[in-house]
Design a protein around this ligand. Sequence first.
Ligand SMILES: [Zn+2]
Length: 287
Amino acid sequence: MDEIVKGLIKDENVLVAAVNCTDTVEMSRKIHDTWPTATAAMGRVIAGALLLASTLKEKQKVMIQVKGDGPLQETVAESDWLFNVRSYVKRPHIYMGLKDEKIDVGRAVGKGFLNVIRDLGLREFYQSSVALQTGEIATDLAYYLNVSEQIPSAVSLGVYIDEDNSVKAAGGFMIQTMPQTKSEIIDFLERKLQRCHSSSSMILQGLDPLQMLEEATGLPIEILQRSKVVYNCPCSKDRVIRAVITLGKYEIEEMIREGKTIQIECYFCKKKYELTVDELKSILRDI
Ligand SMILES: [Zn+2]
């Protein structure tokens, strides 16, 4: 079962979170029909969005968007504060082979930006961006947290893909120090993390998120929150109608003139919605 754990290193000012999102990433692979390199990039972005979501307050959402000049072009994942997550990949059919026996996500992403968009409720959105450092996502997300949010952070994200292209393990962890964290603890964690196994191999070994954190830090963890993670898209016909309204009167009149039922597909879950000419006319009347 997919799960996220948020906690503190006992008696130390270090915030930690870890997630196993294997089933969620596999579900997303099936929805988007991704090939291995795209699956790995998408899975890392999903795990990253879930880790960022562990810092949200009620009713908030966070989205990570990775945009590069490589063949993948754009990969997005969004999670709300309850860890309902959804994702979108612009170019799902990407497989670029291995580099040092690992999936070469960095080359598939290329150079570009990592954007983090926080929806803090009350119609407020905050977007911040950093240039991609490696395109491997975990280093880019750590760079974002260190530079843009000024929180010293270490991030590990990993996806292991089986021979049949299904997702066998996906998840990650995040470790964040605070201004009060003792320098001995920071040094200890830095040394420990250099020798630490990848998050996907920890999941393959059967470790749950709490055990991943204990393994990564070598220290006892005090759990603050333990939650389920699910792939869940909140799209609905109402939301589709609201999106159509934002196109403006002229566009809607054009659609009515064409005289056909229009089909709109959700980017995130591929669900299809239909709007008949009569429905378009009533939308136009309500504007
Ligand atoms: Zn949807």
